[in-house]
Design a protein around this ligand. Sequence first.
Ligand SMILES: Nc1ncnc2c1ncn2[C@@H]1O[C@H](COP(=O)(O)OP(=O)(O)O)[C@@H](O)[C@H]1O
Ligand SMILES: [Mg+2]
Length: 337
Amino acid sequence: MSTPIIEFRGAGKNFGDVTALAGVDLSIDAGEIYAVIGHSGAGKSTLVRLINALERATSGEVLVDGVDITKLSERRLREVRLGIGMVFQQFNLMRSRTVFGNVAYPLKVAGWAKADRERRVTELLKFVGIADKAWQYPDQLSGGQKQRVGIARALATNPKILLADESTSALDPETTGEVLRLLKRVNSEFGVTIVVITHEMEVVREIADRVAVLKDGKVIEHGPVREVFAAPREPTTKTFVETVLRARPDPADLARIRERHPGRLVIARVSDDRRIGPVLSEAISRYDVRFEVVHGGVKELGSTSFGSLTLELIGADAAVDKLIADLRAATDVEELV
Ligand SMILES: Nc1ncnc2c1ncn2[C@@H]1O[C@H](COP(=O)(O)OP(=O)(O)O)[C@@H](O)[C@H]1O
Ligand SMILES: [Mg+2]
């Protein structure tokens, strides 16, 4: 898993005097699920549209399978696009065609014979779990079912790459989970490289191997999802991570906590390789400091867990200082004042 299938080399995109992307370097490996997260307007859709050349870069290079697609003719681009499927936030299904007709459409365009189309569509609808809906129309389906049709259609011609731009943003959390699990199966069973564009860190946590954080058209941080969650560096990334962990008490929580817990409060980040248990278990015997967990959350990520805990530390000031110093040696600690 280390051959890049998609590479951005200093890729930029301007719309008039608006810079949507400013010199992006990014390398996505064949067979991985790569997430790009950012707030609205960060340049995510522009980035994904450069991969299938719906937009042309105004500077730098975009390589797909080693070929710089910014230099290709429209004719050659059509061939490249055949190897790339796309799913959309609003599904983009044709209302006048049945589920079957929607999934068969790209095969028709690609010139597949009728019998081959029927076999392929049947197989795809079964894979995405809506074989019983083949003769229904999009308007008769739920959001999750529509997105299953969108995924089946995107996979019809056996693409190596699947681009998903906010593909779960119109769905409720439960349906989001079902669609993300389906995308994971697309990746693991067919080896399709998936680029997931999202503004939700929970989506990144559930599905991605690696993540890049986009801000004002630039990649400000990237890495394996577990590393970014365990130790986010940029303020934007920290905010995204906290949305998942609900780790930090909000002002109303904090006011309630303060009423019941007059001691000093600290927030400590925890993960499998940043344990605070050993320090806390000695708090009483070494420093005569008692502690209580007053807020926090720990989540699973693959085989590891991570999160943060708000602790009340009760004891003499100098002793609490010493305990905090020990905690700081183990992990990031912030005192709430
Ligand atoms: N076709 C376009 N014409 C002019 N400006 C655009 C166009 N597409 C995107 N932009 C601008 O580029 C920036 C990035 O947009 P976009 O890639 O859609 O961000 P995101 O998907 O992260 O919300 C925004 O400022 C947006 O207004
Ligand atoms: Mg967008």
